[in-house]
Design a protein around this ligand. Structure first.
Ligand code: ME8
Length: 508
């Protein structure tokens, strides 16, 4: 099985992390954890994007030197990985020496292949997006011109190196054609294709009006365009330019997770740079949608930025992780509403999953001396409970392979709901006196089902599913997907159960 390489965007350190950053990294984390459970070798990378005019300006506004400023803000992103329970294997900062080396090596390689020339850039630039825009993309209000993202643009005129992007239009279209899954969701593919078909200009890839960037090799008057610098992080971390490095086997990336705002950079510029450097392009770019807060755009000026740390403190980590991936189909825009989170926590995690676990495990504790009952042959009543378990890893795996997290959770919770129906109908609590053998059989079937649910839910809710697997008596080494095929021995002692999820009041 080939190794899997998954990445998040590297986040700008102009401000502290918010829910949007946590969201992209969470999606990446869940897939990374899933592949590890499936026995794959995985590298999960995240990091911070520390150069460019935007970050330089934020440092100036804070009255700090750029390096000291980025050290401080980057730390907040590293802290976020702990708060959110991310299992990233690496964290890259673009101010690291290894990254300067990689950027300069890539530049030289492009230069050697005749892909870079010196000219002068004249046109519109949005510092907030760190992006160039054509005049036809802009709108004007009160004498100020704006990019489609809403960022104000300014007129820039300076000497600049250019990358021959215009030469790559056909090759890019061909790459999308041959790799229909390269851009996801599919609806975004057309957007990219029509952008290319409307004509690609060469891309300005250096700036001379500020210094906070990677110097262009051989011409210190220029620093590299921050997006060329930033995109290169994905190969820096794999050891580039040393293609014999241990981690190089992970390249090309399996999925670059990004928000829809930065799809153009990942689906057009990045594969073009790589093809021009004769390096393999990534296999897939998934551009997810945009979160709003109770219907409003999230922005610092509106004062409605959602702090992931505060959410985790209030609701607990796993309910937040579950909510973010369950509430909104991955790929679509979504609205953050506190009430919706509370409903998912109370109505699904506590009442459906927590309740099933608690009812089953308390009965085993009370009626079976806390010992796992023996397996017994299923009867017809168990069909709906047990049959789907045979394919649960395959079903969930297929949905995760295409990043349909919400559907995977929906499938699993439909089964958990079914299991609640089963326990209610079988009423094992009533069987103790009338048919203890049947009671034991029912409880064991429920244990089998719970183990399967907990196993496949681990990537989504690692902490609470570890607690559930502990309560189910599943040893650490038996928590992989493959281990599900091996039943636990009967008589195995189970610890006393305790509630998995804490309900919260739906107010505030
Ligand atoms: O663009 N909803 O960094 P950035 C959902 N440094 N996701 C959101 C979001 C929201 N409201 N707000 C932010 C950059 N995001 C570059 C990337 S990569 C080589 C360089 C997420 O700090 C989403 O993933 O502006 C978006 O693409 C990313 O944060 C932008 O982060």
């Amino acid at each position: 099985m080939s190794p899997i390489y998954l990445t998040t965007p590297i986040y700008y350190v102009n401000d502290k992390p918010h829910i949007g950053h946590a969201y992209t990294s969470l999606a990446t984390d869940v897939l990374a954890r899933w592949h590890r459970l499936a026995g794959r070798e995985v590298y999960f990378l995240t990091g911070t994007d520390e150069h460019g005019q935007k970050v330089e300006k934020a440092a100036q506004d804070a009255g700090e030197e750029p390096q000291a400023f980025t050290d401080r803000v980057s730390q907040a992103f590293r802290d976020l990985t702990h708060t959110m329970g991310f299992s990233n294997d690496g964290f890259i900062r673009t101010t690291e020496k290894r990254h300067y080396d990689a950027c300069q090596a890539l530049w030289k390689r492009l230069q050697e292949r005749g892909q870079i020339y010196l000219g002068a850039y004249e046109g519109w630039y949005a510092v907030r997006d760190e992006a160039f825009y054509g005049p036809d993309e802009l709108t004007e209000r009160d004498g100020v011109k704006y990019a489609p993202s809403g960022a104000p643009v300014e007129w820039v005129r300076e000497p600049s190196y250019f990358f021959k992007l215009s030469e790559w239009a056909d090759k890019l279209l061909e790459y999308y054609e041959i790799n229909p899954d390269f851009i996801a969701p599919a609806s975004r593919r057309n957007e990219v294709i029509s952008f290319i078909k409307s004509g690609l200009s060469d891309l300005s890839i250096s700036r001379t009006s500020f210094r906070w960037g990677v110097p262009v090799p051989g011409d210190d008057a220029h620093v590299m365009y921050v997006w060329l610098d930033a995109l290169t992080n994905y190969i820096t971390a794999m050891g580039y330019p040393d293609e014999k490095a241990e981690l190089w086997k992970f390249w090309p990336a399996d999925v670059h997770f990004v928000g829809k705002d930065i799809l153009r950079f990942h689906a057009i510029y990045w594969p073009a740079f790589l093809m021009a450097a004769e390096l393999p392009p990534p296999k897939r770019v998934f551009a997810h949608g945009w979160w709003t807060n109770e219907g409003q755009k999230i922005s610092k000026s509106l004062g409605n930025v959602i702090d992931p740390l505060a959410l985790v403190e209030e609701f607990g980590l796993d309910p937040v992780r579950y909510f973010l991936l369950r509430e909104v189909p991955f790929g679509q825009d979504g609205d953050f509403a506190r009430g919706a989170l509370v409903n998912r926590l109370n109505g699904e995690l506590a009442d459906v999953l927590g309740n099933l676990a608690n009812r089953t495990l308390s009965l085993i504790q009370r009626n079976c001396e806390g010992k796992l009952p023996a397996l017994s042959a299923p009867i017809e009543a168990e069909g709906a409970l047990l049959t789907p378990l045979a394919t649960i890893t395959e079903t969930v795996g297929k949905l995760l392979e295409v990043q349909q997290y919400h559907l995977a959770l929906e499938e699993i919770f439909a089964l958990v709901r079914g299991a609640n129906g089963y326990i209610t109908v079988q009423a094992p609590w009533a069987l103790k006196k009338t048919d203890p053998v049947r009671m034991a059989a029912v409880l064991r079937h429920l244990h089998t089902a719970l183990r399967a649910y907990a196993t496949v839910l681990q990537p989504f809710m690692p902490g609470s599913m570890a607690a559930l697997l502990d309560q189910l008596g599943v040893p650490e080494e038996s928590r992989s997907l493959a281990a599900l095929a091996t039943p636990l021995p009967e008589g195995h002692a189970l610890p006393a159960p305790s509630p998995l999820f804490r309900k919260v009041e739906n107010a505030g």
